[in-house]
Design a protein around this ligand. Structure first.
Ligand code: B12
Length: 441
């Protein structure tokens, strides 16, 4: 069967930060191994994304078209949505190839399966969550599929969704066949983000109040063998000249010892590569941070989210202020950079927590002052996503009502602290400018 997998637009027009579409390349690898003829299109790297889609549909004539909706919106306090271009891509495909069977999946789709299936009758099936097993099985039973894990289909009175896979065995993971989509196409186009992602594991055992990661990948950590991870990196480095990677794990430095084993293997092979990822502060030590840096970590990203203990607790981070400061002290002494992501105006914010937040941010700048290795501080309001404790709190406190449509950007940002973000951004900008200009404030 001819199958075209399409990565629909994941970023807004002018954004340069593209990411290699790991999900569809992974799926294409599994489908091809089952004997299907697979084509891939990432609309994000096309000058004329819809023209390119139409051209591929006509030239390849796929019998099945799979759409990957990665992002529903760009987050970062923005109010634009990536749903309209997704809908346009599906409708264009249905109009150009009315006989093709259309399937949808991806993280964005997985957050709103029923809603999107109802909005788009052109979509015949959806798959929620990871699809390495369900998609090949669906392709071999398209007319009458069994209730595969994650499968969504229409019934007379609505859409049925089977609970997804969250137990795909990562020890048996087949690395994405990068020859199906040349990684070189992604080289040199980003300013900050390494476009090539590597998975070392799936799953997240934490329960942060705003987050959907455990819903998307399950709570159990499923690790790949360290050697297999480094084999994949070595191939990419030697065959495609890739020098810098992003580890896509929700939290990279758990469980204890896994990233350490990967780093030992990178060093044993003498690979000269750089990488980054998201770290949990309470698993970082002077010793493992030194190993990570030596093995190529150039940026430690943290998402402590809470700027004071009250916020950390309400967000259920299971972290303390001192965990965050301790990790910052460790990284501040390295030559790598640190990036911190925080949530602002979280449930229960008061003037007192705002003041504590300002002092906390100042402390971070102070710690990084000597080496000037604070990459940036990202300050966001919480995007309310379905099924999260923050959604419940937002309902309880009247921030959203029964009519609120969470498919489109809705942030937790009630008065009177709705402009607190700007106060913190002012502090951030001033600290940044004064740090670089070496002028004392
Ligand atoms: C790693 C990551 C990043 C890295 C990417 C680096 C890189 N080089 O790859 C960084 C930090 C740069 C990043 C940036 C962004 N990200 Co991000 N990211 C992730 C993360 C943690 C993992 C994504 C990943 O690669 N997974 C591994 C691959 C193999 O899995 P997958 O893509 O999900 O694909 C599987 C399934 O979804 C399914 N599937 C996928 N496609 C299809 C298609 C069909 C037809 C079918 C049937 C199935 C299917 O099968 C695949 C294999 O099992 C997810 C959260 C998560 N846990 O999933 C967020 C996530 C996807 N990101 C998200 C967002 C929003 C963004 C940003 C817009 C944030 C921002 N403002 O900067 C940018 C956009 C970047 C871009 N160009 O798209 C959101 C998307 C949901 C939403 N709210 O819109 C998520 C879910 C996180 C969140 N906040 O909730 N991201």
């Amino acid at each position: 069967m001819r199958v075209l997998l399409v990565q629909v637009l994941s970023v807004e027009g002018p954004s340069t930060e593209k990411v290699y579409p790991l999900g569809i390349v992974s799926l294409a690898t599994y489908i091809q191994a089952r004997g299907h003829e697979v084509g891939l299109l990432d609309m994000n790297i096309e000058k004329d994304p819809f023209g390119a889609l139409k051209e591929r549909l006509l030239s390849f004539q796929p019998q099945v078209v799979g759409f990957s909706l990665r992002n529903i919106d760009p987050l970062a306090n923005r109010t634009s949505s990536l749903i309209p271009p997704f809908i346009a891509a599906v409708r264009l495909t249905a109009a150009v190839l009315p006989r093709a069977i259309l399937i949808a999946g991806g993280t964005g789709f997985s957050l709103f399966p029923e809603r999107l299936m109802l909005e788009l009758p052109e979509i015949r099936y959806g798959i929620v969550g990871e699809a390495e097993r369900s998609l090949p099985a669906l392709l071999s039973s398209l007319e009458n599929p069994p209730p595969l894990k994650g499968l969504c289909w229409r019934e007379e009175n609505g859409v049925r969704v089977v609970p997804p896979f969250t137990d795909f065995d990562m020890r048996a993971y087949v690395p994405p066949s990068r020859c199906l989509l040349d990684p070189s196409l992604y080289m040199g186009i980003n300013n900050y983000v390494p476009p090539i992602g590597i998975e070392t594991k799936r799953g997240c055992p934490f329960e942060c109040a705003y987050c959907v990661y455990p819903k998307l990948q399950g709570k159990r950590l499923r690790c790949r063998p360290a050697v297999a991870v480094v084999d994949e990196m070595e191939v990419l480095h030697k065959e495609y000249d890739i020098e810098s990677f992003h580890f896509t794990d929700p939290v990279l430095n758990i469980p204890n010892g896994h990233l350490e084993a990967i780093c030992q293997e990178i060093l044993r092979r003498g690979l000269k590569i750089r990488w980054d990822g998201f770290f949990r502060e309470d698993f970082l030590t002077e010793k493992n941070a030194a190993l990570f840096e030596k093995a190529g970590c150039e940026c430690f990203s943290f998402s402590p989210d809470g700027l004071c203990q009250e916020s950390l607790d309400v967000l259920d981070k299971r972290l303390s202020e001192s965990d965050i400061l301790k990790a910052a002290e460790i990284i501040a002494r390295t030559d790598a950079i640190a990036v911190y992501h925080f949530m602002v105006n979280v449930p229960g914010e008061t003037e007192k927590t705002c003041q504590k937040a300002e002092r906390f941010l100042e402390r971070l700048f102070q710690l990084h002052g000597r080496k000037k290795n604070l990459g940036t501080v990202v300050l966001n309001n919480i995007r309310i996503l379905p099924g999260t404790p923050v959604e419940e709190m937002a309902r309880l406190y009247g921030v959203i009502g029964p009519e609120t449509d969470l498919l489109y950007p809705v942030y937790y940002n009630p008065r009177p602290f709705d402009t607190f973000r700007y106060r913190l951004e002012t502090l951030h900008h001033c600290k940044n400018v004064f740090m670089w200009q070496e002028v004392r404030q």
